[in-house]
Write a protein that binds this ligand. Structure first.
Ligand SMILES: [Zn+2]
Length: 529
């Protein structure tokens, strides 16, 4: 008799497995799911050494998969000293002082969020305050508004700013009214003088960041991420990840194609091909982004008629990339946001496939945004995967107006998730964290509740697929994860409420009470061993 290591019972299990959609209990053995079923059936697998957790009706879903996270950037941001809640300069000094103790001599210390209106001393902190607690490490602390900062003497020195430095256009290097000494306060464009000097994070910092970011992500129920790599340092830092369980979640790497040769020469693909860590795909960027108006459009931007965005790669270059990729085992990922970029991507795909569908390649259209009927049809025909970041949909209609930027006719086909789903096109969901909130439940609510073009809303069940079954398929791991079935990896997320049953506007408020990766509890509010 095989006994379970861990049993979750008396829950509501949403398996996302069509053969057995609902269950009460799950038995886990090693890193896999042993059995799923009714309480009585699973109880039979409880032996002397089995850990048993009574869920008291809590809901279990397959561990969330976020298909688009900038793990290193998020980690870097988490490393900043958080000053949002501080109420005095003394407290700012204390927090900076604590950080100085933790980091190597000379490492830059960055902070953000202070607001002089909340400070007991009713003044800005100054360079003298910061020199007091950090004589050797450069310090930059951003005001809540983001366009003002206070820095210490080391930071000014490294930036080459002296009393004689002239304030740049649109900025001010502040001086004391009486003594004319620098106060350390930089305003507007003067903040760039220091910002430019902050070095890119080193490999050690990238790894530290990836660890702290992963710990945050498991708290939101995420068990796997597709890490969108941005730099060679990030790529190199990955080589330092040795132990299988160094990070608390599973990683699928997506690397810019500009680093393909580096990646091959580092030989990392052989080293990282296990269930915890996989080199997944290489990404070519056919255009930029809609928010920066660099996404390439067929017709100009409605609110800027001289601008139609920009192609970063031609069809010919995209074809060359695809041909190169076909000689490897990696997935092809094409970033294309605007309709012209999508057209170029599809032309390239059609050229290389010579007319025959290439579903088996599972090519991903990353951040694909501005569709039209023709583009949707061609995406379907080639079995392409559309990777979207639902929190972005929310901000593109609320932070700035996609309707003004694209006009209503084009905006109608911006992220047409329902149409894509109805056509049988596989859509996967990611966060684009740290630019957007990391919570998958927030993303699910965003697709279910979108206010503009509500005909493109998904049902909660469809939205859940974006972060589970669909996401697993998009990394060729549908036999390992994405649904709760015997033999699959024991990646599970326990929720306080059922996302398919709560009112749509309450989905993002559901509590993530436990996260399990490969049978190991990586986050828990309800069980403390
Ligand atoms: Zn991104």
């Amino acid at each position: 008799m095989v006994w379970a290591d861990l049993v979750l019972r008396d829950g509501a299990v949403l398996t996302m497995n069509t053969v057995q959609p609902y269950a009460e209990a799950i038995a886990l053995k090693n890193d896999k799911i042993l059995k799923v079923g009714k309480n009585e059936a699973i109880d039979r697998l409880i032996g002397n050494n089995t850990k048993v957790i009574n869920l008291n009706g809590r809901v279990v879903v397959p561990g969330f998969i976020d298909t688009h996270v900038h793990l290193a950037d998020y980690g870097r941001l988490l490393a900043w000293v958080d000053l949002k809640a501080v109420t005095s300069i003394e407290e700012i000094k204390k927090r900076v002082g604590q950080r100085v103790q933790k980091v190597p001599n000379g490492r830059w210390i960055l902070g953000r969020g202070w607001n002089d209106a909340n400070l007991a001393e009713t003044r800005f902190p100054t360079l003298l305050d910061l020199d007091d607690v950090s004589p050797d490490n450069p310090v930059v602390l951003y005001h809540q508004c983001g366009r003002l900062c206070v820095v210490n003497s080391v930071a000014l020195k490294q930036a080459g700013v002296t009393r004689k430095t002239k304030s740049p256009l649109g900025g001010k290097i502040e001086k004391d009214k009486e003594t004319r000494f620098l106060t350390g306060v930089l305003q507007g464009n003067a903040t760039d003088l220091v910002w430019k000097k902050i070095p890119e994070p080193c490999e050690e910092e990238v790894l530290e960041g990836a660890r702290s970011a992963s710990e945050k992500l498991v708290e939101t129920g995420i068990t796997s991420v597709h890490w969108i790599i941005c730099s060679l340092t990030e790529l190199k830092s990955i080589q330092r990840l040795h132990a299988q369980d160094e990070l608390p979640l599973r990683i699928y790497l997506v690397i810019p194609v500009s680093l393909l040769d580096d990646a091959l020469s580092l030989g990392i693909q052989k080293k990282f091909n296990n269930n915890m860590f996989r080199i997944g795909g290489f990404e070519i960027f056919v255009d930029g982004s809609l928010s920066a108006k660099t996404a390439s459009l067929i017709e100009p931007y409605t609110d800027e008629p001289a601008n139609e965005g920009q192609l970063l790669h031609t069809q010919k270059e995209t074809v060359a990339f695809m041909n190169k990729m076909k000689k490897t085992t990696f997935q092809i990922v094409i970033h294309a946001m605007g309709d012209r970029a999508l057209d170029v991507a599809l032309n390239a795909i059609e050229e290389t496939s010579k007319g025959s569908p290439i579903n088996k390649d599972r090519i991903r259209l990353e951040q694909a945004a501005v569709f039209n009927i023709d583009l949707i049809e061609r995406t379907r025909k080639h079995g392409l995967i559309v990777s979207v970041q639902p929190p972005v949909i929310e901000s593109e209609f609320s932070m700035w107006s996609a309707i003004d930027r694209l006009n209503p006719k084009r905006a109608r086909w911006l992220y047409p998730l329902k149409t894509l789903t109805k056509k049988g096109i596989l859509v996967v969901g990611g966060s684009d964290c740290p630019m957007e909130p990391e919570s998958p439940l927030f993303g699910i609510q965003a697709t279910v509740m979108r206010e503009s073009f509500p005909e493109e809303r998904l049902t909660p069940k469809e939205a859940l697929r974006l972060y589970t079954v669909n996401a697993a398929y998009s990394s060729f791991e549908e036999n390992l994860k994405g649904s709760i079935s015997p033999g699959k990896l024991a990646d599970l997320t326990v929720l306080s409420h059922d996302p398919l049953k709560v009112p749509h506007n309450k989905i993002q408020d559901i509590e993530v009470e436990m996260t399990i990766v490969g049978g190991k509890i990586t986050h828990s509010k309800i069980y403390h061993p």
